[in-house]
Design a protein around this ligand. Sequence first.
Ligand code: WTA
Length: 644
Amino acid sequence: MHEERRFPPPEALAAAANVTEEAYARAEADREGFWAEQAERLDWGQKWDRVLDWDNPPFAKWFTGGTINAAVNCVDRHVTAGRGEKVAIHWVGEPEDDTRDITYAQLQDEVNRAANALTELGVAKGDRVAIYLPMIPEAVVTMLACARLGAPHTVVFGGFSADALASRIVDCGARVVVTADGGYRRGAPSALKPAVDEAVAKADGLVEHVVVVQRTGQEVAFDETRDLWWHELMGRQSPQHDAELHDAEHPLYVMYTSGTTGKPKGILHTTGGYLVGTAYSHWAVFDLKADTDVYWCTADIGWVTGHSYLVYGPLANGATQVLYEGTPDSPHKGRWWEIIEKYGVTIFYTAPTAIRTFMKWGNDIPAKFDLSSIRVLGSVGEPINPEAYVWYRSTIGGDRAPVVDTWWQTETGQIMITPMPGVTHAKPGSAMRPLPGIVADVVNDEGESVPDGSGGYLIIREPWPAMLRTVWGDDERYKDTYWSRWPGVYFAGDGAKKDEDGDIWVLGRVDDVMNVSGHRLSTTEIESALVSHPKVAEAAVVGATDETTGQAVCAFVILRESAGDGGDEIVAELRNHVAKEIGAIAKPRQVMIVPELPKTRSGKIMRRLLRDVAENREIGDVTTLADSSVMSLIQTGLSSGSED
Ligand code: WTA
């Protein structure tokens, strides 16, 4: 859909906006000075000597010499400032009427107990803690307790399998895992503990303790020598805890994300710069008025959006927010709108895939609820198509609330390119322009800036406070993956274009990374999972365009001769195998059993042609194929009905 309309900022919002045009010029004139100014919104122990140390690129240090505690900034300082009775979290469980309001004072109490509890288990500064929890307050509490101690956390999304959890535990060397018996999803308890038991068994005796939150009350295996109930452990702790100040560059967390190889990368974020970047961007991009706004980010805590814009950014800013445990359709398809009405949500941040799903469900569902409290809408995770943007703005935002289409990544830690609600004349589908203090560009193969009206690769030219510092345990991979294509330039893996006005349109990944419902998945990782199945000889995976999920996983598989035709159940077997190896989110939409794969003479799989097949298009140029008859072989094979 072509959409030529521009949406100027609402007058009243613009008049009182946190950020105005002036911020861009100020940041451009003195970038480091600008970030230093933003750092003043936090409480520091020792003040920094240097804003940015870029002496040894691409290894940046921000606010060097400074000391800070992220948990103190997210919790204690609000209590000290007399806002202890303010609600930090309106928690909404999936079962109806299962809610809890948690004030900043209560949050402080719990974070302190959890910090003491982890200390009792031997967790000290620098130790890693793995977190595998549903969307319950204990997830936030555990993250903040880790931050308080300076024990980097690694939160693993509950949708990942035991294998994926095990590899993350091993890679970062976590000796303690915090989990729950289960959580509620789609109206039923969904177990988590069995996956932890399996993962811990795979992690070669590394894990000493598993702390288990009792959420659903479902039956779980319990190893008395290793497992502890959260409520018992927490119950015996003091709510007092003296927080140590950590170096600004002390590791805060490791978040695993898919790359172009089979092995996920542990993206390392550190404390001071990350908190400055997330606190500033959350305040700026959502125009947060902490005293009156009710903010809701629907992202799972297992993803970076949950870290930056559900935990660290909003809490550092003293916001009041909603945290919802379950799925949008439980017990009915209006659940999210009901929550917005009940709590008077004013700022709402979600993903295009959810927006497209609601569009499909129809306007009459949100129409039953009062959404008039909403004043800013956000989108993240994938390009938002103009049709979904306009629907979101009009149906959810009442044609009044601006939509901020925020582009960023696990690696960037903070929003990088986005409209500003009080400044930008937004164009549906465009992320518009870099945040003040961020220097982004679109370049060609030679790394030269492309003129307005052209496309190329999206890059970042200057370091930014919340940037990743390295890949956990692998500095070389950090350099190779992000900084090697053009010297001194961060390459994000996305393609983009600059329109005639110089505004940026993010077009999606240009590497072998797929984006399914806003979740990053690696084609190579899924291919390795398929090939690990005894019946599979070779596999190629592509992301095909999908109306709802943005992209969908389509797998082309060659079976081993010994497997014959694989049997009737082969497609289901392979889909389940991927779910077991990686997680349900990686389950292919389609598995196509084929006799051959299209390859170049050098043996590289031509995914472009497979995408043509998966998207039911006419097959493109096949002249570089080693064997040009392969594509007709594949298509003949498919007509015999091996689609799922
Ligand atoms: C994509 C999520 C277009 C992009 C915060 C990026 C987007 C990847 C947008 C990062 C957007 C994210 N418009 N594409 N507004 N936001 N992306 O690490 O391809 O899970 O590289 O971080 O999502 O995904 P990640």
